[in-house]
Ligand binder design. Structure first.
Ligand SMILES: [Zn+2]
Length: 312
């Protein structure tokens, strides 16, 4: 496996769907690939720290040659204790990452032939959980920060649901010169007070970045440039306005507005994952990135998803 920072198609991940089918033609290829992604420098026993190729037992456990402890290749990952074949998980990950706009729970249910919508829905949430890279880099340079409102009449669009209150989402986006955007970050916040906005900016923007805001808000450690021209947001904050429009359109089209406010942040994570990798040359690369993060993401039980215990 090449350096993780510079993975290559054909070596670290399959380039096309045909290759994907070849790579993972049988159920034994999947745990091997999980192992490779999980321990790129080679297996290390969590109990004794030994770095030696483990035995694989007949039940598929990894058996440490030194201390004899056994661990499942998927223990502690989002695949932990799954009753489904890993191949099915891999197929779901390919399906989600190979399509420009991702997949809906209904679409995943159909393509994988799941009996229940809930299974497809919970799988997608588990994958979304893995789309947030722990310790991810901060945005830098010129960054627009502004809030948008999602929900109510925007999402769903059905009368009668309009009484649902809109959710506030703060968006930060890198602005390139002379034009174009870099990466984005988003967070659902309870209100637009400094107590909600300042921690967001501190978390997502590198110190010394230039923060462009609408109206006056000071962010310590950052150079703040406030627009108080009185222009509407789509004029003074074109980057945030554009991202907000794309996110809303995606929620309405791919997910047909069926996103509950409780779970909105999972969807924001998926959108961010996809948007920040939109220039990847190969869709297989997105599959690979998701796999790397899936094996580094602890399991997310169904109950936790339903109750929305978002980890971030
Ligand atoms: Zn050991």
């Amino acid at each position: 496996m090449s350096a993780q920072s510079n993975p290559s198609a054909g070596e670290d991940y399959p380039r096309t769907y045909q290759k994907f089918l070849e790579w993972f033609a049988d159920e034994t290829a999947c745990p091997q690939y999980v192992m490779r992604c999980r321990w790129p420098q080679g297996f290390e026993c969590a109990h004794c720290g030994t770095k030696a190729e483990p035995w694989t037992t007949s039940r598929g456990y990894l058996h440490c040659r030194e201390c004899g402890s056994e661990v499942s290749v998927t223990a502690g990952t989002i695949f932990d204790r799954t009753r489904m074949p890993l191949r099915t998980w891999f197929a779901a990950m390919w399906f989600v990452t190979s399509q420009k706009d991702g997949a809906s729970a209904l679409g995943l249910k159909r393509v994988l032939g799941f009996g229940s919508y809930q299974t497809a829905w919970s799988w997608l949430h588990k994958l979304r959980q893995a789309m947030v890279r722990p310790g991810r880099d901060r945005l830098c340079g010129r960054i627009e920060v502004d809030e948008t409102y999602i929900g109510g009449a925007d999402v769903g669009g059905k009368r009668g649901r309009g009484s649902e209150k809109k959710e506030i989402v703060v968006i930060a986006v890198e602005i390139h010169s002379p034009k174009g955007f870099g990466r984005v970050r988003m967070r659902q916040i309870p209100d637009v007070s400094g107590e909600s906005l300042v921690p967001f900016v501190c978390d997502v923007a590198q110190k010394g970045s230039e923060i462009l805001t609408d109206g006056w808000r000071g962010y310590k450690h950052h150079r703040t440039v406030a627009s108080d021209t009185g222009d509407p947001a789509h004029v003074s904050m074109p980057g945030v306005h554009r991202i907000a429009a794309l996110v809303k359109r995606w929620l309405l089209s791919t997910h047909q507005g069926s996103v509950s406010q409780k779970h909105l942040e999972y969807y924001l994570d998926e959108y961010t994952f996809r948007f920040n990798r939109r220039t990847s040359r190969s869709r297989g690369m997105l599959f690979y990135r998701l796999m790397q993060q899936a094996v580094a993401t602890p399991p997310l039980p169904y109950r936790q998803i339903v109750e929305r215990k978002h980890n971030i």
